[in-house]
Design a protein around this ligand. Structure first.
Ligand code: COA
Length: 261
């Protein structure tokens, strides 16, 4: 509701605008110093971000394990179905990777070439995600993480990695359905014990794994230097060249001997 101006004020002759405070050189100087300060702190923050990204990265990795149970089959939702990975899926996977920008194209190409096991998850006819694993049914191939984290796979163990669900399908439990269906199929191949790892900072993945019954076994701090060197569990690794065989997507040990657990 508009407020009426009291006549006594409305009729009053307009007064000269109050003179502002006299410019104070000390205050102006303080403002300039403040502006310089925030410029410097912005620049420092930028440098720190570049250092964190390209020069020195520290990450906490949580090693996890799980036993496949009957409950993987008991998932009620029926939105996702999974198909075992075949080498002729590569083009479809690469197109999916480009469409969703998962940054995994080079790795995926290597995984398929090496012969890792995997599943593709579809909603109706649309590819929505994937999962890879390595174990006794993968023709003797191994994954560098198995040695790095000292997973003992044996005949019924598999190392599970690279779980991915496309962003438009996240939330609402589809990831749980995708992964549980993959585990149920792995059980049919004779797998019972699964190993994996998750970054401590990856909250959606940690919650997903907790919901699927993974158990934390150990935490490892890894340090990456200049995107080329990896120091983990007292061992130094160097990144393989992308074209190197068989693990161009990962690191190889340079020196250091890990303590036996
Ligand atoms: C990991 C991934 C598959 C999880 O899929 P998702 O669809 O995001 O999973 P959801 O949204 O169902 O999240 C799982 C749970 O975590 C919760 N959650 C998600 N993000 C969260 C956050 N930042 N903080 C707290 N809870 C969170 C969700 O609420 C959900 O619980 P609910 O089902 O009870 O609601 C998906 O995020 C992904 O593909 N990420 C990129 C690749 C990746 O990081 N893979 C993991 C490698 S180990």
């Amino acid at each position: 509701m508009p407020t009426e101006i009291p006549s006594s004020i409305a009729d009053a002759p307009a007064a000269d605008p109050p003179a502002g405070p006299a410019p104070c050189p000390a205050a102006a100087q303080q403002r300039r110093r403040h502006a310089r300060g925030s410029l410097v702190s912005r620049a420092l923050r930028r440098v720190a971000a570049i250092v964190r990204k390209r020069v020195y990265q520290v990450a906490e990795e949580i090693l996890i394990e799980k036993v496949i149970t009957e409950s993987e089959n008991a998932i009620r939702e029926k939105r996702i179905h999974v198909v075992p990975l075949r080498s002729d899926h590569l083009d479809e996977l690469l197109a999916f990777s480009a469409r969703h920008g998962d940054g995994a194209a080079q790795r995926i190409r290597e995984y398929v070439r090496i012969g890792y096991g995997g599943y593709l998850g579809y909603q109706d006819a649309e590819l929505v995600g994937y999962l890879f694993y390595c174990g006794a049914t993968c023709g003797g191939v191994t994954h560098p993480h198995v040695e790095r984290y000292q997973f003992e796979l044996g005949q019924d163990g598999a190392y599970v990695f690279e779980i991915y669900l496309a962003p438009p399908f996240r939330g609402g439990g589809r990831a749980r359905e995708l992964v549980a269906r993959c585990f149920a199929r792995m059980a049919e191949l004779g797998y019972r014990r699964l190993s994996g790892f998750v970054y401590a900072s990856n909250m959606p993945a940690r919650i997903l794994h907790a919901m699927l019954g993974w158990r934390e076994t150990r935490r490892v701090v890894s340090r990456r230097v200049l995107s080329r060197w990896l120091i983990c569990d007292g061992v130094v690794y160097v990144r393989n060249r992308p074209a190197s065989r068989p693990h161009g997507f990962d690191y190889r040990r340079v020196f250091g001997r890990r303590a036996t657990r």
